[in-house]
Unconditional design. Structure first.
Length: 244
């Protein structure tokens, strides 16, 4: 008799879709990309499978591989459960990160996207400012998938000095000479600094940088609009507290 093939996976649970009475299909993201598996008893309150497969869990999973390649959970272990602090804004930020990965992150970018997601969730769990984390997360994910904006020089003439504007349609920074020709409006210095940092920063900054309070909300809303315009996907996690 053939022995069932067992493979070990690790990753962050993005969602679980109910199947039958207590079972669920689990969608997760790990270092090797996305993977999906069937988990019996995942929705049974208090069960071991339930703890290991809830959203925001970083877990290790022994999965049975069928002849067709589908995966079924044999055993799961919770390594960590990301628990966002700082109230509702942090919870919605974490929800937005999961939603982005589920709906916007291409398969080919998923392995690198895992590290952005993990960094953002760790930051939120440590109590860092949620809107700042969300801005950096979105900027890093957009850059990863080829939708990054030019924040080193003017997108029209290439000039690196006298940068006074920023325009999503043009694709990035604008200098004072080119601003009138594209019909864009000047931006304040704080907003320009936030955009420059968000699209260039290392992942470590998710845990150590907090943007000026007056810039966070409008920039986050603009980035959510940009995701919609660029990918034709509306992220809804922040709709409870932001008008966009």
């Amino acid at each position: 008799m053939a022995t069932a093939k067992i493979e070990e996976y690790s990753g962050i649970v993005l969602s679980r879709i109910p199947q039958k009475e207590h079972d669920a299909m689990i969608r997760a993201l790990g270092e090797k990309g996305f993977f999906t598996f069937y988990a019996r008893g995942a929705l049974k309150i208090g069960g071991a499978t339930s703890f290991a497969t809830q959203e925001l869990t970083l877990g290790k999973y022994n999965l049975v591989v069928s002849s067709s390649g589908s995966l079924t959970l044999r055993e799961g272990k919770m390594v960590d459960l990301f628990a966002p602090k700082s109230g509702l804004e942090a919870l919605l930020s974490a929800s937005m990160c999961l939603e982005y990965c589920l709906r916007c992150l291409p398969e080919e970018d998923a392995p690198r996207g895992y590290f952005v997601l993990r960094g953002a969730l760790e930051s939120l769990s440590e109590g860092h400012e949620p809107f700042s984390v969300s801005i950096m997360f979105l900027a890093q994910m957009l850059r990863l998938s080829g939708y990054g904006l030019e924040v080193d020089h003017c997108v029209v003439c290439g000039k690196r000095s006298d940068i006074v504007g920023f325009d999503f349609t043009q694709g990035g920074f604008l200098c004072a000479d080119c601003l009138p020709s594209v019909g864009a409006s000047p931006r304040n210095a704080d907003e320009l600094k936030v955009y420059r940092h968000a699209f260039r920063c290392p992942l470590e900054d998710l845990k150590r940088v907090e943007y000026p309070e007056n810039s966070r909300r409008p920039i986050l809303i603009e980035l959510l609009h940009f995701v919609h315009d660029a990918l034709n996907i509306r992220l809804r996690s922040f709709e409870a507290i932001l008008k966009y």
